[in-house]
Design a binder for this molecule. Structure first.
Ligand code: SF4
Length: 170
């Protein structure tokens, strides 16, 4: 009964969310999934949007201890895709009617990398006649670098903040 009441609400309280996250009974889970599907269908219809992700390199200048591709992990096998390899993936994504793609890699802040990404973004624009959404996830960069990539045609930037607590982060 309590679950039914919660699911009928317009907005959930903190307690409602805690209750929903603790559900383990299969009937209650079914009710929750049904409600979620109902809302999803209302909001965006019965559609699935594909997004292509290309992991272009695992080279990184940072050394976050929890991360497998951190600079200090000498056991990680490093790779960097060439422009041709990336564009082959982009072509496939475009020809298969994906709406957007994301380029992801470890963090590099050198000029060569900035130029490389700028060039790739321009190529993606050209290849897709500006139709593919372009997301970049390439770590922390300077304002100038973000601006160059934006001006080249990137639409979104995905930057994860692991913690805003300095002590915890250290
Ligand atoms: S910056 Fe990102 S990719 Fe690099 S070590 Fe940290 S978490 Fe890993």
């Amino acid at each position: 009964m309590r679950l039914k009441e919660i699911l009928e609400k317009e907005k959930f309280t903190r307690d409602d969310l805690v209750t929903l996250m603790k559900i383990s009974d299969s009937k209650e889970l079914d009710m929750l999934y049904k409600k979620a599907y109902e809302i999803k269908t209302e909001e965006i219809g019965r559609k699935v949007y594909y997004r292509g992700l290309i992991e272009i390199s695992n080279i990184c200048i940072k050394n976050c201890n929890y991360c497998g591709i951190r600079k200090g992990n000498c056991k990680a096998e490093r790779f960097s895709m060439s422009k041709d390899e990336i564009m082959k993936g982009v072509k496939w994504i475009y020809e298969n009617n994906y709406g957007s793609l994301a380029l992801q890699s470890g963090e590099r802040q050198d000029e060569e990398f900035t130029d490389f990404i700028e060039d790739i973004v321009k190529e993606i624009k050209k290849l897709s006649n500006g139709k593919l959404g372009i997301t970049l996830s390439l770590g922390e960069q300077s304002y100038e670098t973000y601006k160059r990539w934006f001006d080249a045609g990137a639409h979104r930037y995905l930057l994860r903040i692991e913690s805003t607590n300095e002590e915890l982060f250290k």
